[in-house]
Design a protein around this ligand. Structure first.
Ligand SMILES: *Cc1c(COP(=O)(O)O)cnc(C)c1O
Length: 411
């Protein structure tokens, strides 16, 4: 018997790995040229050991930073006990997750799913069912009113009501039953809602569109209009929710309570995909056994991590940090207006920054930031999205703003 010889792992550089992806990985993304190998808190490290400050935070899936100790501990403990049962059986983690998430969001019931797009799809199904069973809309006539420049995910039904040609083109035929109105326009919304309307589905702040914050009073107006017209208000808080804007939910800034909330991204703590439809009992209660489901939805690992996420949010610490550091971000960006920044929108630790197109595309600016050790991502054209982990320190935030100033100064 000879001892097994260890086959040496050929060390592949970042450049090797980027080259290796090209022939084997679908080209549906165009990542910035950095290959991340490990991360902790607000920092990631690439294959060569270079460190970067993460100012994107997985599009807000990493609100608590990379590998938050409480979340990693909850995941480890659950991995050692039970990971999956399917909903054919009960599991001992799901009740607490649902109770605490409902309590945190001021709602009654929870429908657990996995990805954001699934939460949106589930919300659409619930709204349609509610329209037929409760509102009395004639069969197959229900409509849902949505906003232009929305981003709700990538399924065939969801891209059916996207106004982004890149997201839609080539993927028809499209699902009927949606009406698109301009965002932040209550008169247009009012004109589109009629007796067939099951729901108004909007993002309280449009993330992918460039962190577009509606006028004060818009969300209140949507709430009043949907009450008056007898249709549901569904708020997609998948990116805006769970502390990002300085409150638990973006709708909290206007004290508005929608009938249905869609949550995702940060709900999984950056560890597992966890999403949920959260709503009133008379709305989510329309679903009967067999009418909707998901093999992985509500699995014990997801429920354990999701509960730990809710626990972090129950302290209010992250909402407070986002609000306080949000003023540092806003003031720092205000200083850059006229120095390469033509305008910006921000709420909490979330900003869409419009760069002077003469200085380069959003992607070129993001590449410049990469060179400065900062990870960020363009949304459209010359707009950069900044959404650091809510655990970022003031000094780190100031250093990221300094890096942006240097990149713009070179432009
Ligand atoms: C990311 C996102 C989604 C889709 O979530 P996935 O997990 O990528 O399917 C839906 N709505 C909003 C507002 C989002 O930001």
């Amino acid at each position: 018997m000879t001892a097994p010889t260890r086959v040496p792992v050929r060390t592949r550089t970042s450049a090797d790995l980027i080259r290796a992806e090209e022939p084997v990985l679908a080209h549906n993304y165009h990542p910035l040229p950095v290959v991340v190998a490990r991360a902790e808190g607000t920092w990631v490290e690439d294959v060569e050991g270079r460190r970067y400050l993460d100012m994107l935070a997985g599009y807000s899936a990493l609100n608590f930073g990379h590998r938050h100790p409480a979340l990693v501990e909850a995941a480890h403990a659950q991995l050692d006990r039970l990971t999956l049962t399917s909903r054919a059986f009960h599991n001992d983690r799901l009740a607490e997750f649902a109770e605490r998430l409902a309590q945190l969001t001021g709602q009654d019931m929870v429908l657990p799913m996995n990805t954001g797009a699934e939460a949106v799809e589930s919300g659409i199904k619930v709204a349609r069912k509610w329209a037929y069973d409760v509102k009395g809309v004639p069969a197959d006539r229900a409509t849902i009113v949505v906003a232009a420049d929305n981003f709700h995910g990538r399924t065939t039904t969801i891209v059916s009501f996207s106004t982004d040609e890149t997201a839609r083109s080539g993927f028809g035929p499209f699902t009927p039953g949606f009406r698109v109105v301009p965002y932040n326009d209550l008169a247009a919304l009012e004109a589109a809602v009629d007796e067939t309307t099951a729901a108004v589905l909007i993002e309280p702040i449009q993330g992918e569109a460039g962190v577009v914050v509606p006028d004060e009073g818009y969300l209140t107006g949507v709430r009043e209009l949907t009450h008056r017209e007898g249709c549901l208000f569904i708020a997609d808080e998948i990116q805006s929710g769970l502390g990002r804007t300085g409150r638990t939910l973006a709708v909290d800034h206007e004290g508005v309570v929608p009938d249905v909330l869609l949550l995702g991204k940060a709900l999984g703590g950056g560890i597992v995909p966890v999403s949920a439809v959260v709503g009133r009992r008379d709305v989510l209660g329309v679903l009967r056994p067999g009418e909707h489901g998901s093999t992985f939805g509500g699995n014990p690992l997801a429920a354990a991590v999701g509960t730990a996420v809710v626990e972090l949010l129950e302290t209010g610490e992250f909402q407070r940090r986002a609000a306080e550091l949000g003023t540092v971000l806003r003031d720092g960006l205000a200083d850059l207006v006229g120095k390469g920044v033509v305008g910006f929108r921000s709420r909490g630790l979330w900003a869409g920054v419009d760069i002077d197109p003469a200085l380069g595309t959003g992607r070129e600016i993001s590449q410049g930031l990469l060179g400065e050790g900062v990870l960020a991502k363009d949304t459209h054209g010359s707009t950069i999205r900044l959404a650091p982990p809510l655990t970022i320190t003031e000094a780190e935030l100031v250093s990221a703003l300094g890096a942006l100033a240097r990149v713009l100064g070179r432009g």
